[in-house]
Design a protein around this ligand. Structure first.
Ligand code: FAD
Length: 535
């Protein structure tokens, strides 16, 4: 029997990206279905690090404590060269002053997924497991998809939008015929979860380089280790790489004093660096690994997928509720494809240096880099601005959407250079509350959709009238000038009065150095449905 149903959004894939999108749509009270062909979420450790920007998102959702409790803060990262520890830098406070979470949180993907699944279940929403997307038709008005259900029956589902969060081999991307340009690296790699006797603290992460191999040691939360490395040349092309294949020569190849035992799983793979030419086609979107993949360098893969979902969810929700023009959805590709492109390029450069077998790169890696690192590491520990620069890049807190469509004509008046610009992430700024308690400006946006920071002694009447039709979307946060808020006026570059409009994904949408409802209205008209604007 063919069952027919409909929904606003069909999410294909319940990996971290699909789950985050579902959680966000649940928050925005949008009707959706999320399906996955597997029986349960992954039990494998896979992505090991949650970056600060992702933790900020979990904080907005009220579930960051769970992640912190289940994970472990990385104390240091470092490198061995031919068995000699050459680099160890402390990273557990690297981003101090930049975010509430100034570190790298080690948390296995299996835990991250179960935290998201729990959130979804708490909102009375569930993943339809063992349900597979078989085919779909996409046009300007919607999507019609055929699903294979757990009992083998088929269901035809009509959706306003479809999101392919279906991973690297995305059938959504394939069926939409969206090119996935880039390359697959020649060098094959393995990842292994096992126990290990190795002289590395269980809250530090290391890479190991030798003449003919590279390896990696990443502690997991259950006293096990993620070990990685390149597959020995003599095993290239072997169908099933076993633990024994790797274990027998791993210590010798990496020149590390290590004994691997009790394997849980091992997987051999070729890393790729590719991204889709667009993340949107008519009513369909790509997000996460279906849109971009790159080498594991920098632990960015899963985190980038989470942020794709965070970017897309509020836009979908506004359009589905009829509050915004459909063109708002085009800004998803525009904003996220630049991030993917930069990520693919930068991880590719580092990955080549780490793995290349070309003679001059090997010499550079083994003999020049250690000397440079020896000189640079103490500076890194001392010079806060270098740490902050590195942290902004790795933690994804430095990502911005400056000069994109939503950030155009979004600034009125003069601001000092240090003030956040349209497209910037709302910075982490601490100030004192009325009872001298430490507050953080990002908290003001919690549980809100758009948030207007009004730097003024009173709320401007014209602003209230302008936003009246969107009462459910816009919250006004009045910030009068006091001794406590002086720091906010300073950091936001406001000399007298002004405002900042913060997007639901915590980026600056708009700023004005004087209160001018007419200018704000013009900005909002670029993407909001005009009939709702009264002024
Ligand atoms: C062995 C391994 C180790 C990794 N290690 C790291 C790491 O150390 N650091 C890091 O950052 N990243 C790592 N990754 C990558 C990381 O796991 C991905 O970046 C992340 O999972 C991407 O999430 P996603 O939700 O976009 O896609 P996925 O997690 O791939 O989820 C896609 C989901 O879609 C489902 N699906 C696919 N097709 C269909 C269909 N037709 N119908 C229904 N469901 C479908 C799949 O079952 C799957 O559950 C690793 C990946 C692997 C495989």
């Amino acid at each position: 029997m063919n069952i027919a149903s409909n929904t606003d959004v069909l999410i294909v894939g319940a990996g971290p990206t699909g789950l985050m999108l579902a959680c966000q749509l649940a928050i925005h009270k949008i009707s959706f279905r999320i399906i996955d062909k597997t029986k349960d979420h992954t039990a494998q450790s896979r992505a090991l690090v949650i970056q600060a920007r992702s933790l900020e998102i979990l904080d907005q959702m009220g579930i960051v404590e769970k992640a912190i409790q289940q994970g472990k803060i990385a104390k240091a990262i470092g490198a061995f060269f031919n068995g000699r520890k050459v680099l160890r830098v402390t990273v557990n406070k690297m981003g101090t002053g930049l975010t509430q979470f100034p570190y790298l949180l080690m948390l296995e993907q299996s835990h991250t997924e179960s935290i998201l699944v729990e959130f979804l279940n708490d909102h009375n929403r569930h993943v339809d497991r063992q349900t597979e997307l078989k085919s779909f038709i996409n046009n300007d008005n919607g999507v019609s998809a055929i699903l294979k259900l757990p009992d083998g029956k088929e269901e035809t589902i009509a959706a306003k939008y479809l999101v392919g969060a279906d991973g690297t081999d995305s059938m959504v991307r394939e069926q939409l015929k969206i090119p996935f340009g880039g390359k697959t690296y020649e060098q094959s790699l393995f990842v292994l979860d096992c126990k290990a006797k190795v002289d590395i603290p269980d809250d530090e992460m290391y890479l190991a380089f030798s003449d003919n191999a590279f390896g990696g040691f990443f502690p997991l939360t259950n006293r096990r280790w993620r070990i990685l490395g390149n597959i020995p040349r003599e095993l290239e092309g072997k169908e099933d790489i076993t633990f024994e294949d790797i274990e027998s020569r791993y210590a010798e190849r990496t020149r590390m004093k290590v004994k691997l035992y009790d394997p849980q799983w091992i997987s051999a793979y070729h890393a790729h660096h590719r991204y889709a030419s667009t993340f949107k086609k008519q009513r369909c979107f790509l997000a996460g690994d279906s849109a971009h993949i790159h080498s594991p360098v920098g632990a960015q893969g899963m985190n980038t997928g989470l942020q794709d979902a965070y970017n897309l969810a509020w836009k979908l929700s506004l359009v589905i509720k009829g509050k915004a023009k459909a063109s708002l959805l085009d800004t998803y590709t525009e904003e996220r494809i630049t991030i993917a492109r930069n990520l693919v390029r930068s991880t590719d450069r580092v990955f080549n240096v780490v793995t290349s077998q070309r003679q001059f790169i090997k010499i550079f890696r083994l003999y020049i880099i250690p000397v440079v690192l020896k000189f640079v590491a103490p500076l890194f520990e001392k010079l806060k601005f270098i740490q902050r620069l590195a942290f902004k890049m790795i933690s994804e807190t430095g990502i911005n959407y400056r000069n994109k469509m939503l950030s155009q004509n979004a600034s009125l008046g003069r601001f000092p250079r240090h003030a956040p610009k349209p497209g910037d992430r709302l910075p982490f700024i601490q100030y004192s509350g009325e009872k001298s308690e430490t507050k953080n400006i990002q908290e003001k946006t919690q549980g809100k959709f758009f948030c207007l920071f009004l730097f003024s002694q009173t709320v401007h009447k014209e602003i209230i009238v302008l936003l009246e039709p969107f009462k459910d979307l816009f919250s006004i946060e009045l910030i009068p000038f006091t001794q406590q808020t002086k720091i906010l006026y300073n950091k936001f570059g406001i000399s007298d009065s002004g405002c900042y409009l913060i997007r639901p994904d915590m980026y600056v949408a708009y700023r004005a150095a004087k209160l001018d409802a007419e200018h704000l209205k013009k900005y909002l008209l670029q993407f909001l449905e005009t009939e709702n604007i009264l002024l």
